[in-house]
Design a protein around this ligand. Structure first.
Ligand SMILES: Cc1cc2nc3c(=O)[nH]c(=O)nc-3n(C[C@H](O)[C@H](O)[C@H](O)COP(=O)(O)O)c2cc1C
Length: 326
């Protein structure tokens, strides 16, 4: 049986519990640890220390990471009883499409540092479950390869996350490549206009991009390649330097959103909005949705999820982790 078939055959919820306990009768155990702290411990054992720290760490004293967790712990669910819950339905509708659960795989760059199959493996896993997969600009495999590989598993939604850099032609090229390859939404990350002060990474002296990891979308881009005197395969250092000079664009402002609208027809989602006023600006700028998330890797001490920003027109958006305007 192929890996993808195995994944989609996995039962969920109570059926999965029964499956595990039945396996236990014959002495079997789940191959992947169930408790999260054990899973984390296994990852630490397997990964190179700098790769583990790159994934597990946050910026500064990691205050934002701690505050995020604490904000979640403060939330409690009060269940209602006697409501006929025999049939569970976790499905939601998003951008005109029904998803099996309100879950998506968020953009995570440079996945090759944790597994050789990188983004291809996670995109295929998401496809097997019918959940949207958000491919990072900093993926280890190009936009087109990930799309083709995931489409072989199932036709499930793929979105592309954009780090909006300094070169407009390059930005337009990536956005158009993603749309052509079937990515059905554009997630624009706004909160990483500079590298975070990540103590763990600094301590290792480790930034994977400087080793040429996680920049497959640049190396495969015709506009990027056209800016180089020699192709990246012949002179990787020059290509890495060019990437570094173009990666982020701290000068972007609300008036630039129209540029993206002109280059894509898919819904535009702004990632990193934390304040109701900014959600209102996003609505005015014509974007379709926001993802409320804070850059624990980019900074420490920013407002965490439990913090409130005074209500404006977009206040309803702040109450949800992710919200669509329509
Ligand atoms: C190793 C790692 C790499 C990440 N790479 C990206 C990325 O390339 N693009 C991006 O928008 N977010 C990236 N993120 C941030 C996540 O998408 C997500 O926003 C973050 O883990 C916080 O979760 P939250 O959005 O639920 O708050 C990365 C996070 C980690 C841990």
């Amino acid at each position: 049986m192929s890996e993808s078939k195995k994944l989609s055959a996995l039962p969920t919820g109570p059926a999965r519990e029964v499956q595990i306990y039945a396996m236990g009768l014959g002495g079997g155990k789940p191959s992947v640890p169930v408790p999260m702290d054990l899973l984390e411990q296994k990852a630490r054992e397997i990964l190179a220390p700098r790769a583990y720290d790159y994934v597990a760490g946050g910026a500064g004293g990691e205050d934002t990471m701690r505050a995020n967790r604490e904000a979640f712990y403060r939330r409690r669910i009060v269940p209602r009883m006697l409501r006929d819950v025999a049939k569970r339905d976790l499905s939601v509708e998003l951008f005109g499409r029904r998803l099996p659960a309100p879950v998506l795989l968020g953009p995570v760059g440079v996945q090759e540092i944790v597994h050789k199959d990188a983004d291809v493996a996670s995109a295929r896993a998401a496809a097997s479950l019918g959940l949207p997969f958000v491919l990072s600009t900093m993926s280890s495999r190009p936009i087109e390869e990930v799309a083709q590989s995931a489409a072989k598993v199932a036709e499930s939604p793929r979105w592309f996350q954009l780090y909006w850099g300094k070169n407009p032609e390059l930005t337009a090229s990536m956005v158009e490549r993603a749309e052509r390859a079937g990515y059905s939404a554009l997630v624009v990350t706004l909160d990483t206009h500079s590298l975070g002060w990540r103590e763990r990474d600094l301590n290792h002296g480790y930034l994977p991009f400087m080793l040429g990891q996680g920049i497959a979308n640049y190396f495969s881009d015709p506009v990027f390649r056209g800016l180089l005197e020699q192709p990246p395969e012949e002179n990787p250092m020059a290509a890495i330097q060019l990437w570094g000079s173009l990666f982020s664009n701290p000068a972007l402002s609300w008036k630039d959103i129209g540029f993206l609208r002109r280059h894509t027809r898919v819904p535009i989602i702004l990632k990193g909005i934390l304040c109701a006023h900014d959600a209102a600006r996003a609505l005015e700028a014509g974007v379709d949705a926001v993802i409320v998330s804070n850059p624990r890797r980019a900074t420490s001490g920013w407002r965490h999820r439990g913090a409130r920003c005074t209500a404006g027109r977009g206040a309803r958006v702040e109450r949800a982790h992710a919200g669509t305007f329509r």
